[in-house]
Design a binder for this molecule. Sequence first.
Ligand SMILES: Cc1cc2nc3c(=O)[nH]c(=O)nc-3n(C[C@H](O)[C@H](O)[C@H](O)COP(=O)(O)OP(=O)(O)OC[C@H]3O[C@@H](n4cnc5c(N)ncnc54)[C@H](O)[C@@H]3O)c2cc1C
Ligand code: SF4
Length: 307
Amino acid sequence: MANIVGDTVKARTFDAIVIGSGASGGWAAKELTEKGLKTLVLERGRDVAHIKDYPTTNLYPYELEHRGEITYADKQANPIANRCYAYKEDTKHFFASDEEHPYIQEKEFDWIRGYQVGGKSLIWARQTQRWSQYDFEGPARDGFAVDWPIRYADIAPWYDHVERFVGIAGNKDGLDTLPDGEFLPGYPLNAVEDYFQKTVHQHYGKQRHIISARCAHLSEPKAIHIEQGRVKCQNRVLCQRGCPFGGYFSSNSSTLPWAMKTGNLTLRPFSTVHSILYDQDQQKAIGVKVIDTDSGEEIDFLQRLFL
Ligand SMILES: Cc1cc2nc3c(=O)[nH]c(=O)nc-3n(C[C@H](O)[C@H](O)[C@H](O)COP(=O)(O)OP(=O)(O)OC[C@H]3O[C@@H](n4cnc5c(N)ncnc54)[C@H](O)[C@@H]3O)c2cc1C
Ligand code: SF4
């Protein structure tokens, strides 16, 4: 920790440090700051401020140089990102470039990354199903992998907690395999889906389930969502561009601004965590070493509580 100078240590010490500002980091920041902890969120990528930094959000197809399509040259340069359905001309700025961030694949693995504030919460497909008791019991029941140390009943109240804040549209379908939650009104099936559902039920009875998937869209926002500055989803399906309505959940529209309002959040983009600082005597992690990707400077941040 050569760069810890007495007079700056205080400024670099926080109650908690969170690495990454995606769905997980944003949520950790919300919980920690709400409880009064001075929290530092370190993000390797650039800042993406809600609304302001969604450059394509309101563009018409004719305003995009290639009408939304990816060029041949881009496909050659980014073969992995290009296998993702959501990687398009209007969204590619939220995907890490394969060319700039190559990685070794011992077995083929398409690693889709979003290196910016908000991470992949900007580009996810917003499908939000609960795991059921069968999923948690699976390893023990079927004899594979390691048994889960918890069961569905342990996690169910936390699903409730998250769903209430995020806003999940879904119907109460009463399925053991896909438990119901704290849902906003679900979206109806469209005509084709409705026909498909009826046909499946005719052939197989109601033990085959065709339901409207649960998704993180504000079908009918509640006070908690309005308080976040989000409004009803307009169903315009341009979500991966970033949604100025906050119609779907992302760290940028929801948890990070919420954490910021507490006054307890410091968000530091362009800060790649290089390593965890470990104190042998205390036998615990005491902070992180960061490389500022703007200046190349190495900085140590310290914390009182480590996640
Ligand atoms: C196209 C697509 C569709 C998807 N659809 C769904 C869906 O419908 N439903 C669903 O449940 N899931 C879906 N997922 C998966 C879901 O998006 C991810 O599981 C989730 O967003 C991961 O959140 P995270 O916070 O763990 O990681 P990320 O969102 O990847 O965030 C990690 C953050 O950490 C930063 N970071 C990484 N390394 C460092 C470092 N060393 N120092 C500092 N910062 C660092 C990154 O820049 C990033 O911002 C989808 C994913 C993709 C790509
Ligand atoms: S209003 Fe709804 S459908 Fe439209 S971009 Fe936002 S979240 Fe997506």
